[in-house]
Design a binder for this molecule. Structure first.
Ligand code: PAF
Length: 286
């Protein structure tokens, strides 16, 4: 007989969390917005291997959603999330209400710098300031030794790494490779929005990245051409893929690379399928 999963302790306020944190040793934080899926399980597993205690935060952060985005309909599944955390051996779930996280108007926010104003930052103005502000607050509240994020949000991970370095947070940031469903779709809490036809259409994103990766010996121009070709076809499929951007960037600066770039790069895509905006990426070495 296997041992029953142990339910994590739940903290709802910074004060409750501080009391619990005082009793924990080396701690790893997995910041999430809930609706946990297999990608999050991978983050939690990576956290468990790096610390004595694992804290998962569950907070749908209003500050990182723009007007007209999906803050209100973002999936919320707290009881399921608690079960997932129990199965994965999470010690503490920190799930503050908006009022506990933002008791007054948030007048001071974290500026993501130039890297936060391109690509996702250009399509979603204010998004990375919202992400960095909540991550900075979570770091102050949880005081983790290690924090684990998915490489699926590659630009977010790069901007967080830069904040930790430039503002001397003293937290080790770990990036975990993207988890994909068997058909190639990157796991995302937003995948639940997709109808069956849209889900089929959405597979063009990972197919485009794969085509780009397969063309990596041909250099930046060949990579982008190969990926663009797949996306062009997908634009006229049953559930059309409306491209927001396709870009090949330097893995550290997120500046678009020139035709003669050598070294680490990331091929990124963002697109809308129906009313759902999806992002995906693949790391490449040129
Ligand atoms: O990646 C996410 O789920 C969110 O952007 C994060 C890092 C939890 C901040 O709200």
């Amino acid at each position: 007989m296997t041992a029953p999963d142990r339910a994590p302790v739940v903290a709802r306020t910074p004060e409750e969390l501080a009391r619990i944190r005082a009793g924990l040793g080396r701690t790893a934080l997995v910041p999430t917005m809930g609706a946990l899926h297999s990608g999050h399980r991978g983050l939690i597993a990576a956290a468990r291997g790096r610390a004595e205690a694992v804290v998962v935060s569950i907070f749908v952060n209003p500050l990182q959603f723009g007007p007209g985005e999906d803050f209100d309909r973002y999936p919320r599944a707290f009881e399921d999330d608690l079960r997932t955390c129990a199965e994965e051996g999470v010690d503490v779930v920190y799930a503050p209400a908006v009022e506990a996280m933002y008791p007054g108007e948030q007048l001071v926010t974290v500026d993501p710098g130039p890297m936060g104003h391109v690509l996702e930052g250009a399509s979603r103005p204010g998004h990375f300031a919202g992400v960095l502000t909540v991550v900075a607050k979570l770091f102050h509240m949880v005081r983790p030794d290690v924090a684990v994020f998915g490489q699926k949000d590659a630009q977010q991970l790069a901007v967080i790494r830069r904040m930790v370095r430039d503002l001397a947070f003293g937290v080790t940031v770990v990036g975990v490779p993207t988890v994909r469903d068997s058909d190639g779709l990157a796991t995302s809490s937003r995948n639940v929005y997709l109808s069956p036809a849209e889900r089929t259409g959405a597979l063009a994103l990972s197919r485009a990245l794969l085509a780009g990766a397969d063309a990596s010996v041909t250099g930046p121009v060949g990579i982008l051409d190969a990926a663009r070709e797949v996306l062009r076809e997908a634009a006229s499929s049953e559930a059309p893929v409306e491209l927001d951007y396709l870009a090949l960037v330097d893995a550290h600066t997120f500046a678009e690379v020139g035709a003669d770039h050598r070294g680490e790069a990331v091929l990124l895509v963002a697109a809308r399928v129906g009313s759902t905006r999806l992002i995906d990426n693949v790391p490449l070495t040129l």
